[in-house]
Design a protein around this ligand. Structure first.
Ligand SMILES: NC(=O)C1=CN([C@@H]2O[C@H](COP(=O)(O)OP(=O)(O)OC[C@H]3O[C@@H](n4cnc5c(N)ncnc54)[C@H](O)[C@@H]3O)[C@@H](O)[C@H]2O)C=CC1
Ligand SMILES: O=C(O)C(=O)Cc1ccc(O)cc1
Length: 292
């Protein structure tokens, strides 16, 4: 794939927030002549056509893949093996394949097991940008400007394909970081997946409370900030939680110890310990905000 000139064709499988936003930018930049959209949701494809996110909607078959420079997989992480199995007999030899999923050991496993002959040309990537919105209507220009994209090279990686994928993300304004899939999954379990689980769990505390609905009427900005990510897509997060479940189980155990500590401070009325605990957390949050 020659990324210094305009790509002939991108096949986008999963025309939602993440894939849709990238192709919108690449089209506007004149980096691609044609975007073919593939999606299991026909209504979503229709909306994508109307908004100009994709140029045509097609099934994932030989005609769709004919002349494709890049197949961009932007489906829920659990759909990756099935999509890769469908792709296997259809992929032209020169086509580059990459994904955007939130878990990277699972993406590499799907590439390795379901696309063994194409494996060197498969690139695992993850943009650290997005929101709690989903579908083609959520796709937006400029989503990746100034945002990080993690790429996770593997044992048989074709360096040219890795560079080509990185160049396209950079064109959309992203900053590329490289790490192993193992490190990626440990990092994002801690800074992304666990917070989502905690937000879901906290909202459940209200749901299960007999007066929860009544209490919610009085919730303010603290509730809004803390619970925003509990409005994220349930299927997407169930997939992520299960694909990164070993890392998450260890972190949930550590989180329970944090809650035990808080409980202990309250039970013993230990104001000094509470102050220390809150001040340490506040400093971490303030430093992060200054550097983010
Ligand atoms: N939402 C976010 O903030 C972020 C999401 N991601 C990852 O990006 C991927 C896509 O997420 P979003 O764009 O947010 O989701 P989305 O729900 O907006 O888009 C996914 C699309 O894939 C389609 N789809 C599902 N199964 C399919 C299949 N087997 N074949 C074809 N299409 C299929 C759905 O109908 C949907 O239109 C996920 O793997 C997610 O983990 C990565 C970074 C951020
Ligand atoms: O909504 C938010 O703030 C997010 O955290 C978006 C997000 C969701 C999943 C990812 O893998 C990366 C980013």
């Amino acid at each position: 794939m020659n990324v210094s000139s305009c790509l002939n064709k991108i096949v986008l499988v999963g025309v939602g927030l993440i894939g849709g936003s990238l192709v919108l930018d690449l089209k506007r930049l004149g980096k691609v002549a044609q975007v073919v959209g593939v999606d299991v949701d026909g209504d979503n494809l229709q909306r994508a056509l109307e908004r100009g996110v994709i140029d045509t909607a097609q099934p994932l078959d030989a005609a769709a893949l004919d002349g494709a420079d890049w197949v961009l997989l932007a489906v829920p992480v659990a759909a990756m093996p099935a999509v890769c199995r469908t792709l296997a007999p259809l992929l032209p030899p020169e086509t580059v394949v990459s994904d955007v999923g939130s878990t990277k050991r699972s993406a590499l496993a799907a590439f390795r097991e379901c696309l063994p002959r194409h494996f060197p040309r498969c690139v695992a990537a993850h943009p650290i940008a997005g929101s709690d919105r989903s579908g083609a209507l959520a796709a937006q220009f400029g989503l990746y400007r100034g945002k990080k994209v993690i790429v996770c090279p593997h044992e048989n990686q074709d360096a040219g394909c890795l560079n080509a994928v990185a160049t396209l993300w950079r064109a959309a304004g992203a900053e590329i970081w490289q790490m192993s899939a193992e490190e990626h999954d440990a990092v994002f379990a801690a800074v992304s997946h666990l917070p989502h689980l905690l937000a879901f769990s906290y909202v459940h505390q209200l749901l299960d409370h007999p007066q929860g609905t009544h209490y919610l009427q009085f919730a303010g900005s603290g509730f809004r900030d803390f619970s925003r990510i509990a409005a994220s897509h349930p299927q997407m997060w169930a997939d992520i939680a299960l694909e990164n479940c070993d890392a998450l189980l260890a972190l949930l155990n550590q989180q329970q110890q944090q809650l035990n500590h808080l409980q202990n401070c309250l039970q013993t009325g230990n104001r000094a310990a509470l102050l220390r605990y809150f001040a340490e957390a506040r400093a971490v949050r303030e430093n992060w905000q200054d550097s983010a």
